[in-house]
Design a protein around this ligand. Structure first.
Ligand SMILES: *Cc1c(COP(=O)(O)O)cnc(C)c1O
Length: 411
């Protein structure tokens, strides 16, 4: 039988345990479940969110701004909180844009990316004064037309599809034939069209990938990205305000994953930020999603049955794949691995047994923990999945099998 180890200790950072019970935001898990009124739910910790954003911001070299990519966790209360500790918000749909605008952040500090923006979304962004990261010639046509129609100068940036790839990334979003951004070679012609319309280009957006734990690979991508941004900026009549170099900072989810040393990556940015200021009078922007939110969130569900089949123990819980696709292993993973799962009502209890945690859906895909060594648990216990603050409900098929939707709280 395969026993699965997992980096639970790293996941516990910022949480407390009192009398074998997980404590989030000062509230014990059982009481929090009563307060929420139902399981399953997601709970996000204010103090962890704030601490992560502050710690990262303290490491930023001069001339580097931090944006929050809200698709990682678009809960309005979370976005509101992070808007206080970041320099801007990045959105990827009209609805995310409305959430971002509701925080009161200046529209000029909101940028809108996405390869399939609708004409309506483009004109909403122009009307709002939000910066559009244009990803095609057609998007440029539509943005210019909206600007003329509305009598406002659209805030336009160009998303560049670079010719290099981000090595060691969980998801690649740049390099070679890609649906994202505009090929490097096409950029000067589009920039010239924007300038010919009497507009100044706000900046470039160069995003090459996501979930990267390799500092050396990130530094190399940053170097190539800034170099490319400066080369493109050099061909403009007026300069750019910023070069958004993406982010891609990963978090440890699985056994063997080592947390990223962000100080090494950010220190390496200092001379690049200086160069950007000197040669283009621009600042750099990094945009992070999961790095800021994933470790601040847990998914909580209740054991509703305990079964033994051919000697294997199954804890059947009231939540699963439909709420937390990533923890089930079906959100882009090649090989299924267990997320850090714990029994939140029996934390640190010595007596463990090999148990699997399965959800209520009639599919073998609905698996939250495969043969894990966990404290003995029974009906009524609360199961916790750590590293769940990013890509949770909004990245899960919540209507699959028509179970109730998960609740979300910020505590
Ligand atoms: C998804 C995405 C992000 C956030 O990615 P994380 O891995 O959550 O940091 C940032 N920028 C763009 C353009 C994205 O598409």
């Amino acid at each position: 039988m395969r026993l699965v180890e997992f980096p639970l200790h790293a996941s516990l950072e910022g949480f407390d345990v009192v009398d074998e019970e997980l404590v989030i935001g000062g509230i014990g898990l059982r009481r929090l479940a009563e307060r929420v009124g139902a399981t399953p739910f997601y709970a996000y910790s204010r103090s962890i969110l704030e601490a992560r954003a502050r710690a990262l911001r303290a490491q930023l070299p001069a001339g580097v701004h931090l944006h929050y990519a809200i698709k990682a966790n678009p809960m309005p209360a979370v976005v509101q909180l992070l808007s206080q500790f970041t320099d801007g918000l990045d959105v990827a749909s009209g609805r995310e844009m409305r959430v971002a605008l509701d925080t009161g952040v200046s529209p000029s500090l909101i940028s809108f990316a996405g390869p399939g923006k609708s004409e309506a979304e483009i004109s909403q962004a122009v009307a709002a004064g939000v910066t559009l990261n244009l990803e095609s010639e057609r998007q440029l046509d539509q943005a210019l037309a909206a600007g003329h129609r509305l009598g406002v100068a659209p805030q336009l940036a160009l998303r560049v599809n670079p010719s290099f790839e981000l090595k060691g990334s969980g998801m690649k979003m740049g390099g070679g034939a890609k649906p994202f951004g505009i090929d490097e070679a096409r950029i000067p012609a589009l920039a010239a069209r924007i300038e010919a319309d009497g507009l100044a280009l706000v900046g470039f957006h160069i995003y090459s990938g996501s979930q990267n734990l390799n500092a050396a690979a990130l530094i190399e991508a940053q170097r190539l990205t800034v170099e490319l941004g400066l080369k493109l900026a050099g061909s403009l009549r007026s300069g750019v305000r910023w070069i958004n170099i993406g982010g891609g900072f990963g978090v440890p989810y699985f056994p063997g994953d080592k947390p990223l040393d962000t100080s090494v990556v950010l220190d390496a940015l200092a001379p690049m930020a200086q160069a950007a200021r000197a040669s283009a009078d621009a600042h750099l922007v990094i945009e992070l999603g999961r790095y800021l939110v994933a470790p601040a969130g847990v998914y909580v569900c209740r054991v509703i049955d305990r079964k033994v089949s051919e000697g294997q123990v199954f804890l059947v819980v009231d939540g699963g794949l439909h709420h937390h696709l990533a923890a089930s292993g079906n959100f882009g993973q090649v090989i299924r691995k267990n997320y850090p799962v714990a029994i939140g009502t029996a934390m640190g209890r010595a007596q463990c047994a090999v148990q699997s945690v399965v959800g209520p859906l009639c599919t073998p895909l609905d698996l939250l923990g495969d043969r894990m060594s966990l404290p003995l648990a029974d009906v009524g216990d609360l199961v916790v999945v750590f590293q769940s603050g990013a890509y949770g409900p909004s990245a899960s098929p919540t209507r699959f099998l028509s179970h109730p939707e998960p609740l979300e709280v910020l505590v």
